[in-house]
Ligand binder design. Structure first.
Ligand SMILES: [Zn+2]
Length: 102
């Protein structure tokens, strides 16, 4: 009787998940047009590196629900919000400009 090792099955499952994630990224890239192609290529690179689905800032796993909506996401929701606030609220950011003109 043949016994398939659990590790090879887990490995195969991981491969399938990666392939599905890659397909999903390509589909979204095609649907949303060329402007997001770079993000999609980055995501494919992360799938190959094994870092896909890991937040670039806090290194925690990005929830599957977020990846379904935005497969090319590199940050979790909280870190993305922080990042956007940092990049728009700094000196010369649009919030600053809005405050001054108000
Ligand atoms: Zn995060």
């Amino acid at each position: 009787m043949k016994v398939r090792s659990k590790t090879s099955r887990a490995k195969r499952r991981q491969e399938i998940l990666r392939e599905l994630a890659a397909d999903e990224v390509v589909c979204v890239a095609v649907e949303q047009g060329h402007s997001r192609a770079t993000e999609a290529i980055d995501a494919l690179q992360r799938i190959q590196d094994g870092t896909y689905g890991i937040c670039a800032d806090c290194r925690k796993r990005i929830p599957a629900a977020r990846l379904q909506v935005k497969p090319e996401a590199i940050r979790c929701v909280a870190c993305q919000a922080d990042y956007e606030q940092r990049s728009t609220a700094g000196p010369g950011g649009w919030r600053d400009v809005a405050k001054r003109s108000a």
